[in-house]
Design a binder for this molecule. Structure first.
Ligand SMILES: [Zn+2]
Length: 407
């Protein structure tokens, strides 16, 4: 890529290169199944601070046969806080959600007294699911022509909701052209995106995912909004899915957190080195554990597990993965061919084992309790995913191995 997809600057430098990676949602049916790999390299814009995938996979190719993973699969405990923010800031009750998925958020909006409600969603199955809940959904890609058409039919909206969307967009300015058409003059633009800040600081590569072509932190998001004429009114951060930033913004001059570009570039500039350092440590701890006779099981086989195992080169160090999502059980992880089994399998472990958690932190309590309940052999559980302190987690396992080796 030659120009930044947020600000069109040509001032781009290398951020991190994960090398050739498989598509995380494309599980193998056979362990040795051939699969396509795609370069996953990130560049950093030195003018607006956005870290972005250099060569995004063509969406037609990426989302081909992709008809699962709806929002309902993930509990979203922060939704109530998000509604409270919208209620405090929005001038009225009409709401449009761009990328409404299976309708989870709009159904909650209806319960909270918002309406009229409308969703826009390009995925057909997600649309059908949302419509079966009685929601009104436009099953199309958002374009300025569609936006103008919707405004003619419904008027402008008091709130435009854009959750977990900006990180997927190849054309950010084009998107804001649509938002500008759709939003009432005093209306609230509500945005939530994954926050890569903690991962960047700790050297956790797993918040990188081929589906997320743009990587935001709070100041990068707020300065991006300012670029398109929006001032942040409120902002919050939730420990959901690796970290989520939510902001309510209104047209006007920016008064949110200004981006300290130099500081951000300094943190981002160390990211690749930190990832390498963490991966080296993780690999060395797992090798030591294997030598000491421990089994090694990965808990979770989703996109973050895919990045962890492939970019961290863990293929030969993990016996198998367990995952509670039925659709993944009996299949093999992309890139590594690590078999995926139901968690009940943990009861079969006869030797002490390490259980490396590759689930988002909000699921850890539940998953840890499950491992404790199922395992009959001693299980040592630690997490490989931020925003938890992944280095402190490794320290804990290291100390355990030191004790094992002590005479
Ligand atoms: Zn830029």
């Amino acid at each position: 890529m030659k120009t930044c997809r947020l600000c069109s600057s040509k001032n781009l430098t290398d951020a991190i290169d994960l090398g050739a990676m498989p598509i995380a949602h494309r599980m193998r049916k056979r362990q040795d199944e051939a699969e396509q790999h795609y370069p996953q390299r990130y560049v950093l814009c030195r003018d607006c601070g956005l870290m972005q995938i250099a060569d995004p996979i063509d969406p037609e190719e990426l989302y081909r046969e992709f008809n699962f993973c709806f929002s309902g699969w993930k509990p979203q405990p922060h939704i109530a806080a998000e509604f409270a923010m919208i209620s405090r800031t929005s001038p009225g009750k009409s709401m449009l959600e761009i990328g409404s998925n299976d309708g989870l958020f709009l159904i909650e909006a209806r319960k909270s007294g918002f309406g009229p409600l409308l969703g826009i969603e390009p995925n057909r199955l997600a649309t059908e699911q949302a419509r079966s809940g009685g929601l009104s959904i436009v099953n199309e890609m958002l374009t300025p022509a569609l936006a103008a058409d919707l405004v003619a039919k419904h008027g402008r909206f008091d709130t435009v909701v854009v959750r977990q969307v900006l990180e997927h967009l190849l054309d950010i300015p084009g998107f804001f052209t649509c938002v500008d058409l759709l939003l009432a003059p005093q209306g609230i633009l509500f945005v939530d995106v994954p926050d890569v800040e903690q991962g960047m600081r700790s050297g956790d590569a797993t918040m990188l995912w081929e589906e997320h072509v743009n990587s935001f932190t709070t100041p990068v998001l707020e300065s991006a909004l300012a670029r398109f004429g929006f001032a942040v009114v409120e902002s919050e951060r939730y420990n959901f899915s690796g970290g989520t930033i939510a902001v309510a913004a209104r047209r006007g001059a920016a008064r949110g957190t200004p981006l300290d570009l130099e500081k951000h570039l300094a943190v981002a500039g160390k990211f690749a080195e930190r990832v390498e350092g963490y991966q080296k440590r993780l690999k060395s701890v797992l090798s030591r554990a294997r030598d000491a006779g421990f089994g090694i099981v990965l808990y979770g086989a989703g996109n973050r597990a895919c990045t962890l195992t492939n970019s961290g080169d863990l293929k030969g160090l993990i016996d198998y993965a367990v995952d509670d999502q039925l659709e993944r059980q009996g299949l093999f992880m992309p890139g590594t061919g690590i078999p995926v089994r139901p968690s009940a399998e943990l009861a079969q472990e006869s030797r002490p084992f390490l259980c490396l958690l590759a689930v988002n932190n909000e699921h850890e309590t539940k998953v840890t309790a499950k491992v404790r309940e199922l395992a009959r052999a001693p299980a040592h559980i630690f997490t490989g995913l931020s925003p938890a302190d992944i280095h402190a987690e490794l320290d804990r396992v290291s100390a355990l191995l030191d004790r094992e080796n002590a005479p």
